[in-house]
Design a protein. Structure first.
Length: 242
C-alpha cells in the first residue's frame, strides 16, 4: 500500500465527513493505493458513525477505530499508525488545516528514500497563513517552544514541533510510535526526540495553513498539564538513553 492517512478525532461529528472525503479524494486523484484511518478518541457524539457513513472513492480503504473512552491525542494517533499498512504514513489533525497536495513533494522524497520524516511548519518564511491563531495562542506557542528547548533540548532548527501535519516512512512511523508512551498533546515531541536519537533524516517544510477555530486544544487551561508532560518526555528520553 502506498499511503495511510491517519486522522485522530474527538467530538468532531461536524467536521469528520469533510476530513475523510478530502483525504480519500486526494489519495484517489493521485492514483495511489491508500487508506484513511480515523481514530475516534472516545467521542460523546457521532464522530465514528459519521466517519463510517461518508461516501469515499471505492479504491480507497476507509477504517474507523472507535476507542471506548478518551485516551488522549497521542494514544489515538499511535493507535492509528500502528494499524496502518502504508509505505508512507501521514498524520493530519481533524479540520483539514493543510491542503493535502502540500505534502506531494515530501511524499515523493520519502518514497524515494531521500527523507524519513517531514514536518509541516507554520513558522517557515515560505509558509502561507490564510487564517492565523489568536495573539494569545501565538504567544503561548512561542513560550512553549522556548520552554521545550530548555527542558527537552529539542534542536533550534525545528521551528514548529506541534503542527498537526507530519509525514513518515511507514516502517519508521510504526517503530517510533510503537515505543511512544506519551498519550497527550506532546507525543510529537517524544517521537521527534526518539527519531533524532535514531539518526532519522528529518526536515520541516512550508505549507498553506488555515487555523481551525473549532479546535479542542485549550493551551491556556492545559498549561500545567503540558508542562508536566514536558518533564515526563524528558524523563522518558533520558531513561531510554541509559
Amino acid at each position: 500500500m502506498d499511503i495511510s492517512i491517519v486522522i485522530p478525532a474527538f467530538n468532531e461529528e461536524k467536521k469528520i465527513c469533510f476530513d475523510v472525503q478530502v483525504a480519500a479524494v486526494f489519495i484517489d486523484e493521485e492514483a495511489m493505493l491508500g487508506e484513511v484511518i480515523v481514530v475516534d478518541d472516545g467521542s460523546a457524539d457521532k464522530t465514528a458513525e459519521e466517519a463510517r457513513n461518508v461516501e469515499v472513492p471505492s479504491a480507497v480503504e476507509r477504517i474507523v477505530i472507535r476507542l471506548e473512552k478518551n485516551r488522549g491525542k497521542g494514544f489515538a494517533v499511535k493507535t492509528g499508525i500502528l494499524a496502518s499498512k502504508g509505505e508512507v504514513v501521514l498524520f493530519a489533525d481533524s479540520g483539514t488545516c493543510v491542503p493535502y497536495p502540500n505534502a506531494l513533494a515530501q511524499i515523493k522524497r520519502i518514497r524515494g528514500r531521500e527523507l524519513d520524516i517531514a514536518m509541516a511548519s507554520r513558522r517557515l518564511k515560505e509558509t502561507v497563513i490564510h487564517r492565523n491563531r489568536s495573539v494569545k495562542r501565538r504567544l503561548l506557542s512561542s513560550f512553549f517552544r522556548l520552554v521545550a528547548r530548555i527542558i527537552t533540548c529539542v534542536p533550534n532548527r525545528f521551528s514548529d514541533t506541534q503542527c498537526g501535519f507530519k509525514i513518515y516512512r511507514g516502517e519508521i512511523a510504526r517503530e517510533l510510535f510503537g515505543k511512544c508512551v506519551t498519550t497527550g498533546f506532546l507525543f510529537e515531541l517524544e517521537v521527534l526526540l526518539r527519531a533524532l536519537k535514531r539518526g532519522d533524516r528529518i526536515e520541516e517544510f512550508p505549507v498553506e495553513w488555515t487555523c481551525d477555530l473549532d479546535t479542542r486544544l485549550r493551551p491556556g487551561s492545559a498549561a500545567v498539564e503540558v508542562l508536566k508532560e514536558m518533564f515526563q518526555v524528558r524523563s522518558i528520553i533520558k531513561k531510554d538513553k541509559e
